[in-house]
Design a protein around this ligand. Structure first.
Ligand code: HEC
Length: 218
């Protein structure tokens, strides 16, 4: 028994040790997004189209899947995200011609399909809010110092209220979390059902066990 307790306390300690290794240098802000909020996802998809797709793709997603999941028709998703230029079965690819990014920024903008899985939704939220101008007026980013991504939301940041800007970034982070795992909400919903099923099964097997052992002296 003692050994078992020791083993379990060791296993419990593992996640904490892993968590403290690596990660960004600044404290992450909580995105506070909600994957069930379809209005937010729709706003996020439009913001992504207008502010990010010039450089970034989400190459594992097709337009029709996005439409189905966030509550648009096929026509709507093509009108809003591709301005009529794509078929609904196409993958969501940047409109930047190949090679241009390398020439102008010296680096290829990463595909954002799995960015929220890689760095976390809170990281994306924090990263987009961590741009600042140094004393010479050059833009830098506290979460990714020396980044070659320009502060593409500068105009919005300037004209919107603090709250509206935070909400826009939250919507974008929400959308990027969604594309990172499109069936996450279904997975959560299924999880409860599976646990409920197992609990019922536990009760039934317990009753069955009692029935089997009823007449046996033990
Ligand atoms: C002008 C092109 C351009 C646009 C527009 C753009 N990005 Fe980027 N983005 C980049 C480049 C280049 C990098 C790679 C930065 C680096 O490695 O320093 C990058 C990197 C990122 C990263 C990864 C950061 C990291 O820690 O590795 C995220 C997240 C990101 N962009 C999100 C966005 C979002 C969201 C938008 C839209 C609001 C956007 N980007 C718009 C060029 C762009």
């Amino acid at each position: 028994m003692k050994k078992l307790i020791l083993l379990f306390s060791f296993l419990l300690a593992v996640p904490f040790t892993v968590q403290s290794a690596g990660g960004p240098s600044i404290e992450l802000e909580e995105a506070g997004n909600n994957l069930r909020d379809k209005d937010s996802l729709q706003r996020g998809a439009e913001l992504f189209t207008n502010y990010c797709m010039a450089c970034h793709s989400v190459k594992y997603m097709r337009y029709n899947r996005i439409a189905r999941d966030i509550g648009w028709t096929d026509e709507e998703v093509i009108a809003k995200m591709s301005f009529g230029m794509n078929k609904v079965v196409d993958h969501v690819m940047t409109r930047m011609p190949e090679g241009v990014a390398m020439e102008s920024m010296g680096v290829e903008p990463p595909d954002l399909s799995l960015m929220s899985r890689l760095k976390g939704t809170d990281y994306i939220y924090t990263f987009l809010r961590a741009y600042y101008q140094d004393e010479n007026g050059n833009w830098n980013n506290k979460a990714l110092v020396g980044t070659s991504m320009p502060n593409v939301l500068e105009g919005m940041q300037r004209h919107a209220s603090e709250e509206d800007y935070a909400q826009a970034v939250r919507d974008l982070s929400n959308f990027l979390e969604y594309v990172g795992e499109p069936s996450k909400v279904q997975r959560y919903d299924l999880g409860w059902k599976v646990i409920a099923f197992l609990l019922v099964l536990l009760l039934l097997t317990y009753l069955l066990k009692r029935e089997y052992w009823r007449d046996i002296k033990h």
